[in-house]
Design a protein around this ligand. Sequence first.
Ligand code: SF4
Length: 65
Amino acid sequence: MRVHVDRAVCENHGQCVFAAPEVFAFDDDEVLRYDPSPGPGLDEAVTRAARVCPLRAITLDGGPE
Ligand code: SF4
């Protein structure tokens, strides 16, 4: 699955980090980092992260939405 975060929309709320810490994290400067192509075993966690993002900043391709 491909993951994309619209940085123009994201306000670093961090819900995605709680939902899928294997994929999303904040770096030392509190900037969101993420794996744009996590393995299939993370589909569920990534889908959950996209759902909980309050700003709908996360879009997914190639997997369940
Ligand atoms: S939950 Fe959404 S707004 Fe918050 S850090 Fe993640 S992508 Fe950004």
